[in-house]
Design a protein around this ligand. Structure first.
Ligand code: GN1
Ligand code: MG
Length: 349
């Protein structure tokens, strides 16, 4: 299969080393290294059960790439490569959709954030990406996953799973279900945010974990990658998912919950980095909502993991029994720690 894909790009598998790459849950990713020189590529198979129209992703990337090349030619935008027949996606019946991008030389990604300065750099890159596209007509972007960060809808999907999901799992999760329902006020707060015109729809990345930023050898941020979920959205999505994935020293996979923490210095780094990247674009109301952003996204992920567990792991899959239950409990713990720090974190602006 890989041989066939690489041939479409004019590459000969005999001249290449291929390794699986990254830690994403949705797409498959490989790093392709040339044996004769240090040129490398990243190959991805897009999960078309999740992204129902991969052409929409390709369309958005083309539009944004052209805009940035025209208005901000200095920005390092990692463009998708064309196949020999000139397409930016390669489809193989029964296998799916593939795309190839060049691997940026001397760049690296970070899987787990190590210092507040890395968090600052990452947040600045996500802010900068949205800032550079502030005059781009955001309504032209196609929706690659409808209602992706629609919290009320995610909450309803969770309630639905509690009604119709696996009965044994529902019983086992009774405490977590009750606690998540008690936090419904977060959904109300999200609704209020969406109705407030001070929150502007902008070009939003929607998957802002640290591993989606390229760093140079001095650990300075270069650009953002993984543009599958770039769509119209709100700043809370990007800031919130950074908080979800950077505030704690351990990830959503950690089973020892005593290691989960909300670190004030990383929170400050995200606020300052994002604000710097966005220059003066954030409204006062947005600037006051950094804490809420973290709560929205952590809560949303807890709902998504638990709903998936109740639905027999249909979306995220599971590497061991109870995996999505464990992930949901991890995110609940993170949200509890976040809520405990509300007053101190709200004072960081
Ligand atoms: C998925 O595949 P990955 O890791 O980039 C998910 C995100 C979740 C994340 C949780 C399209 O992202 O929304 O936050 O898992 N992406 C999609 O690890 O559902
Ligand atoms: Mg992703």
């Amino acid at each position: 299969m890989l041989q066939q894909v690489l041939e479409a790009y004019g590459l000969n598998i005999a001249e290449l080393d291929v390794e699986t790459f990254g830690s994403g849950l949705i797409n498959n990713t490989w790093k392709i290294n040339r044996k004769d020189n240090d040129i490398a590529y990243i190959l991805q198979r897009i999960n078309h059960h999740v992204f129902k129209s991969p052409e929409n992703i390709a369309y958005n990337i083309r539009l944004i790439g052209n805009y940035l090349a025209d208005k901000h030619p200095d920005y390092l935008f990692v463009r998708t490569m064309n196949t020999r027949s000139g397409n930016d996606l390669h489809f193989i019946e029964g296998e799916g959709y593939f795309r190839l991008v060049p691997f940026v030389k001397d760049s690296h990604t970070v899987d787990v954030v190590q210092t507040p300065s890395q968090a600052y750099e990452a947040a600045r890159q996500f802010g900068r990406f949205t800032f550079l596209l502030k005059d781009f007509p955001v309504e032209k972007l196609r929706i690659t996953i409808p209602d992706f960060h629609n919290l009320p809808l995610r909450y309803n999907q969770f309630l639905q799973a509690v009604e119709t999901g696996n009965a044994t799992r529902i019983e086992e999760s009774a405490d977590e279900i009750r606690w998540l329902k008690e936090q419904e006020h977060i959904v109300k707060s999200f609704d209020g945010m969406k109705q407030n015109p001070a929150f502007k729809p902008r070009v939003t990345h929607h998957d802002t974990k640290i591993s989606n930023v390229l760093f140079n050898s001095n650990d300075r941020g270069l650009c953002v990658i993984d543009l599958d979920t770039v769509m119209p959205g709100y700043f809370i999505s990007d800031v919130g998912d950074m908080m979800r994935t950077c505030l704690s020293p351990v990830s959503e996979e950690e089973k020892d919950f005593s290691k989960i923490q909300v670190r004030n210095d990383y929170y400050k780094a995200i606020v300052e980095g994002y604000t710097a990247g966005m220059e003066n674009e954030l409204s006062d109301a947005e600037r006051k909502s950094f804490f809420d952003a973290g709560c929205y996204l952590i809560y949303m992920q807890a709902l998504r993991f638990l709903a998936d567990y109740l639905n027999n792991d249909a979306y995220y899959g599971s590497k061991y029994p109870g995996h999505n239950y464990m992930r949901a409990c991890n995110q609940i713990e993170l949200l509890k720690k976040m809520l405990e720090k509300e007053s101190i974190l709200r004072s960081v602006q």
